[in-house]
Design a protein around this ligand. Sequence first.
Ligand SMILES: [Zn+2]
Length: 397
Amino acid sequence: MPEALQMLKQMVGINSYTTNREGVDRLGNFTADCFAPLGFGAEFVPCTNINFGDHVVLTRHGRSGRSIAMISHLDTVFPPEEEARNNFRWQPEGDRIYGPGTVDIKGGTVMMWLVLSALRQSAPEVFEEITWNLLLNSAEEPLSPDFGEVCRSRFDDQTIAALVFEAEGRLGDERLVVVARKGRAAWRVTVSGRGAHAGGKHRQGANAIVQLGKTVERIAALTDYSRDLTFNTGTVSGGTVSNRVPHEAFAEGEFRAFKSEAYQSGKESLLALAGPGEVRSPVDGYVCQVKVEILEERRPWERNPRTEQLYGVWEAAGAELGIDVGRDERGGLSDANLIWDTVPTLDGLGPWGDNDHCSERSADGSKLPEFVEVTSFVPKAVLNVAAILELVNSGAS
Ligand SMILES: [Zn+2]
């Protein structure tokens, strides 16, 4: 642990906000240096988005063809100015260490190091047999889709598992690992109406904002909690000045679902709102037009048998160690969304912490920034090691 914490401290000290390309690359190099003594070679793969740093692939070839992938990311959501403004930095306090990326996800990367170090020491035959592929996304927070390709190019039919080191969940004493995540699509609605002088030619106009209001209500009505399908309109804009009937209005938002079926039907319902609206000019019937675009999307990571099998291995290892393991289905996305249908995937294998994506601290303690719990590392590392040994020795492929 002392060596692991020293490593984590140095990682947290490197700002790796997604668009701080230089910082992300510096962290990528540092991470490669951390794993080199374990026998890992480094490869830096440029991201298709030139504003982001390089993805990092660290590989240690084993004696057999079987491989295990471990997945983490380099970037955080905190710009350097924000870290400075909120004095948000490495700050141990009791069992907690506050700081940017302590749990999301530099602590997860350090967990990978702990697990591999322990395997080398306590199960050298397994450590030597398996080919280990460590895949670090340079831009996970905006979910750069090209990372999925980087992963897939390293997977083959002998890849036993993809293990994702996002933070552990907790439910009382239960340590939760992630077996499913929602899919998400971002959308934009554009309404084209007809402008007119609001005084002299009001009847000529077809008010785009009024139409948008109706369309946005319809979108809200697509939310179906019984199917875990949610729509959120996040922003609206439109019009120019008060004495014009507005000719254009816009809304942007997202929808999410756990199940592909709900996701797909939600998408179809949304796209079906496109076409002529109902707000029209009484003069000639000129009608507002509604355009619906999907800006980007990530499929849901559904509950599935292969993940369930991996989960069973972790649960059984926990039972032997006296660690209560449970399932977590998360609303937020991770790299697991990009790869789960290619190889068996399990997530949430990192340490426990909380307040990820928060940097503020208030004097009365009502606001606290991201932290990792120091004593969560060792039990989780032991659990991960035991489960990996079971996975390898049971001959899974
Ligand atoms: Zn995050």
